[in-house]
Structures are given as C-alpha cells and as structure tokens.
Design a protein around this ligand. Structure first.
Ligand code: GCO
Length: 261
C-alpha cells in the first residue's frame, strides 16, 4: 500500500471545517498526511482542529478568505514558513446560491464565482509557485455534477464549477512539466449541510435524487476518501487533468421514468 501512503506529506485543505472537506481531510490524515486547514470563520476552524486532534490527526488552522489575494499570499507564505514543504492542495472551499437566473443579483453571481473559481485560482497560483520550486505537487479541485450538468436555480454555481473543471485541465497542461498533477473530484449528491435544504423528507428533490442515482442513495462523505487519497498520492503520478466523478453513476445514465424500479 506504500503507493497510496501520504507519510511525511503536508496537505492544505481549504474550508475543511465540516462536510465533504472534513471527510476528505480525515482520509488524507489517516493515510499519513499532516493537515493544514483554512477557513474564514475562526470559531468553526478551532472546533474542526479540536475534532481532528481528537481522532489522532495532526492539524493546524489558518483563518483567511481565499478570495483576498493579498491576505492569501501572506497566509500561504506563513504556512510554508511554519509547516515546511506543501505537497498537496485541495481547493475545497465553496458556496452555493440557489436563485432563479432571472432574479439573481449580479453581486451574488460574482461572489459565487469569486469563492468557487477565483479562490481556487488564487490558492493554486500561490501554492503552485512553491510546488514548481519543489518540482512536485498534487492539486485537487473539488468540482461538482454541475461541472457537467445544468439545474434550475444554480446558474452561478454551475458556471463556477464548469470553470473549475477547465481550470483543472489548464493548470495540468501548464504545470505537468514541473511534475505537478492537477486533477478534480466531482462529487455527486451527498448528504451534507449544503444539501440539507433539498434533502428533507417529502422534498421532491430528495426522491428525485434517489431515483436519478443508479446507486439509489445519497453519497456519504466517507465515499470520497479513496479518490482523494489516490489523487494525492504517488499512485496517480501519471494521472493529470482528469475530473473523477464520485456520483453513484449519475453521469453514466439518462435516468428512468417515474414508474420504473
Ligand atoms: C444543488 C446541489 C449541488 C450539489 C453538488 C452536486 O443544489 O444542485 O447543492 O449543487 O451541492 O455540487 O454535485
């Protein structure tokens, strides 16, 4: 299993104070990585660090907004000074705003693009320069079903996540020569706080997702662990510019009529 070992590696995971980010950070930590967690909310970050430490994982936290390039530059420099070489960057921090396109405020659209697309660019550039100097690195961008598909009310999110898929391919193209692999993970529909409003019992979306997913269930955050460890490890050294969809088969199928099992 040494191909998948992350011993002596350090990973930055943005926004990993709950949900999918936390589950992925735990998987990286259990594979041996030292964790560096960022978030804009210091209280959430403190709680998350206590949680990571309580399950035996080494983790440190840095409070900043990934969309603020000047602050992010200072913080990334501080992280490198304190933690040493950064081997893995997971661009996980993201937001969603569900509003019909005809009603969405331009400022709200811009904010989603800023957090979900420009933030990963800023972090990739800052950490990427350090990885270029080290001649090695793994960058993992957390994409979405919405990197491929549209859905009512998520125009900003789909635009950002579609863009993030292309940023993944572009950075892979530019930085392969520096031995940096840039890949994405596209989670399907997962049971997290982000999907809680559309997962409640009786909500039509809940039944829709279960019938739309060949695996016939919502994903559990732990379902992402194997993929993130693979993409962070030596096992994926010749995998570059791919988005791995972990979706219970959603993107493989056209779906089925309501009356079919
Ligand atoms: C939605 C969901 C999605 C998921 C996920 C799908 O409103 O459709 O929240 O956007 O969060 O990204 O892959």
């Amino acid at each position: 299993m040494s191909l998948f070992s992350l011993e002596n590696k350090t990973a930055i995971i943005t926004g990993a104070t709950h949900g999918l980010g936390m589950a992925m950070a735990e998987a990286l930590g259990k594979a041996g990585a030292k964790l560096v967690i960022t978030n804009i909310f210091s209280e959430d970050l403190e709680k998350a660090i206590v949680h990571y430490n309580s399950i035996g994982l080494e983790a440190s936290g840095y409070v900043f907004d990934v969309t603020d390039e000047d602050v992010a530059a200072e913080k990334v420099a501080e992280i490198i000074e304190n933690e040493g070489q950064i081997d893995i960057l997971v661009n996980n921090a993201g937001i969603i705003n569900r509003v019909p396109a005809e009603d969405m405020k331009v400022a709200d659209f811009r904010r989603v693009i800023d957090v979900d697309l420009t933030g990963p660019f800023i972090m990739s550039q800052l950490v990427g320069r350090h990885m270029i100097a080290n001649k090695s690195g793994k960058i993992i961008n957390i994409c979405s079903m919405m990197s491929e598909l549209g859905r009512n009310t998520v125009s900003a999110y789909a635009s950002a996540k579609g863009g993030l898929k292309m940023l993944t391919k572009n950075l892979a193209t530019e930085w392969a020569k520096h031995n940096i692999q840039v890949n994405g993970i596209g989670p399907g529909y997962f049971a997290t706080s982000q999907t809680e409003p559309i997962r409640v019992e009786g909500h039509p979306f809940n039944d829709f997702i279960i019938s739309r997913t060949p695996a016939a269930r919502w994903g559990n955050p732990e379902d992402l662990g194997g993929t993130v460890v693979f993409l962070a490890s030596q096992a994926s050294d010749f995998v570059n510019g791919q988005v791995v969809y972990v979706d219970g088969g959603i993107l493989a199928t056209i779906g089925k009529p309501a009356n079919e099992d």
